[in-house]
Design a protein around this ligand. Structure first.
Ligand code: FSO
Ligand code: SF4
Length: 549
């Protein structure tokens, strides 16, 4: 195996034996083959699209397939084998349709990824080492292909979330296919690939806007909310991941069942949506970021539902009450199957299971603030602008992104603690858990940590910046008193980073380490073009940030 797609990759180089995330070599290899097959499918889908043929289901198959290969999503090699077989079938169907409607395909012109096929699983594993990321020889091209592929994985995940809620943009799916197919094209130069990477940022912004629309039109605009972090004395279910529709259906099905529902990790922002206020048994948030799940799931006592990443391979002690759904899978864990058209997922097994369990153990008490997405913040735009002009607010630091296990991530807690009292932290994603329980106070009633929600709600942070830019009459987004000190972990964060770059944001600090898949030349280019910098010490970054504001 060779995987370097996330921030925790071994020694910041690559996982080659087994993943730091727990992904074993077999799963890593079969994921490589599946991604390669998806690239070939995307190539054919592009050819078909040029002739006016759009296979709508295939768009979703490709997007969900990519989503399933994101860090901490799917650890089940047998499931990937089935998907690869389904991919062969979908390819045959598309080719048949193409040949029927357009004419014969020039077989010789197709990349191997669009033609290779085998029946036996053993052949899949034999082929896999030939198609992983390292098979690109030029290290800069490899680096840019990886950057593009990971950006597209994030786009695919967000597109899939929006699709589940009935919102979709064909141009987003079209870019997923075009961008993926481009990673097979040996004719493309470094400049061509850079162009596609920047386009991925634009599409990333668009897909996050679409998902924001999907969330807010379905569940209302998040409102400032104090979310309880303590527990009640009833059996309960813990929901993690990012899928609000799963949560909605679970809340409906648990109503009147004597079972409470709590959120974990990236599901915390659900408490700020008006649509979920009506559920008295929707108690609060339990625990912290994804990587603390071993202790926290153990202490929770009740069943856990993982709707998306980040799943950590479970301990035996609670594996029997950990359920997966959607693209998440882990061998041996019970899986809640997809909804049939128009229906709901069936969470009855989880609910019955919950009734036999003890209430959660209390691990914290109090509340955390949430719900400061663009609508809520911009409602207070006048106060904010007045405070900026009066000098009460010196500026903002965007500290969104992901959390992770590395002790160096303490940087973000220390940074939050050490920023001057007139600086507001804007956040989204699970990075917030590094500082959202600190008592950092407020500025004239505006909390010093404004949490916009999940990582995809980083769109809110961009939107706030753009609105402030217009209101303050500032020509360049970089002249706003906003500094960026972002934490990354998995591929959705790559999409968020590219989205910021595509909107012209410069001078982003990225930590705790720069991506291992960036070659020296690509790093140099990002520094030259966008002034991206790795995080330094808290002291020196703090001084530099104050200077920038
Ligand atoms: Fe975190 Fe995991 Fe939301 Fe990621 S829980 S790390 S960027 O999946 O998606 O922020
Ligand atoms: Fe390693 Fe990250 Fe890949 Fe897991 S996803 S195998 S931790 S690089």
């Amino acid at each position: 195996m060779y995987c370097d797609q996330c921030q925790e990759t071994l020694s910041n180089e690559a996982c080659t034996d087994t993943g730091v995330c727990g992904k074993d070599a077999q799963t890593s290899n079969i994921q490589d083959l599946f991604v390669w097959e998806l690239k070939g499918l995307a190539y054919l889908a592009e050819e078909a699209r040029a002739e006016g043929i759009v296979d709508e289901d295939l768009r979703v198959f490709i997007a969900e397939g990519l989503f399933s290969t994101i860090t901490n999503v799917n650890f089940d090699p047998e499931w990937f084998e089935e998907q690869i077989r389904e991919g062969f079938e979908r390819r045959r169907d598309l080719r048949e349709r193409y040949e029927r409607e357009v004419g014969p395909i020039d077989e010789a012109a197709l990349p191997e990824a669009a033609t290779w096929e085998a029946a036996e699983s053993a052949a899949f594993y034999e082929k896999a080492p030939e198609v992983g990321v390292q098979t690109t020889e030029n290290e800069d091209i490899q680096s840019l292909r990886e950057l593009l592929t990971y950006g597209i994985k994030g786009i695919a995940a967000y597109a899939d979330h929006a699709y589940v809620l009935g919102e979709e943009k064909d141009e987003v799916f079209a870019f997923v296919q075009r961008g993926l197919a481009a990673t097979l094209d040996d004719e493309l130069s470094v400049d061509d690939l850079i162009g596609l990477v920047l386009e991925a940022g634009e599409v990333g912004t668009e897909v996050m806007a679409t998902l924001d629309e999907a969330h807010t039109s379905t569940y209302g605009h998040p409102e400032p909310t104090e979310v309880d972090i303590g527990v009640r004395d009833r059996p309960a279910i813990l929901v993690s991941g990012h899928d609000l529709k799963d949560l909605e259906e679970l809340l409906e099905q648990t109503e009147g069942e004597g079972v409470d529902v709590y959120t974990h990790g990236e599901m915390l922002p659900a408490h700020a949506y008006p649509a979920f206020e009506e559920y008295d048994h929707f108690v609060g948030n339990y625990g912290n970021a994804w990587w603390q799940q071993h202790e926290e799931f153990e202490a929770f006592n009740g069943p856990v539902l993982m709707t998306t990443n980040c799943l950590v391979p479970p301990n035996d002690s609670y594996a029997g009450r950990t359920y997966t759904t959607g693209v998440v899978r882990f061998p041996g864990l019970p899986h809640v199957e997809d909804r049939a058209d128009g229906g709901q997922k069936d969470f009855s097994a989880l609910i019955e299971h919950a009734k036999e369990t003890e209430p959660p153990e209390e691990i914290e008490t109090g509340t955390v603030p949430n719900g400061f997405a663009h609508n809520a913040v911009l409602d207070r735009a006048d106060d904010i602008i007045e405070a900026i002009q009066a000098g009460d607010i010196r500026g903002f630091v965007v500290m969104g992104g992901c959390d992770g296990r590395h002790p160096e991530r303490e940087y973000y807690t220390e940074m939050a603690e050490s920023l001057p009292d007139d600086v507001i932290i804007l956040t989204a994603g699970c990075a917030k858990y590094r500082y959202n329980k600190l008592d950092l106070g407020d500025i004239g009633g505006i909390p010093r940590v404004l949490d916009a929600g999940q990582c995809n709600d980083s769109y809110s942070l961009l939107k706030i910046a753009m609105e402030l830019q217009a209101a303050l009459g500032v020509e360049d987004i970089n002249d706003l008193p906003i500094a960026y000190d972002i934490a990354w972990y998995e591929q959705k964060a790559v999409t968020v980073l590219l989205a910021l770059l595509s909107q012209g944001v410069e001078g982003i600090r990225l930590g705790p380490t720069l991506p291992a898949f960036l070659s020296e030349n690509v790093v140099e280019l990002l520094v030259e073009e966008f002034d991206i910098k790795p995080v330094d010490s808290v002291e020196s970054d703090r001084e530099a940030i104050i200077e920038e504001l």
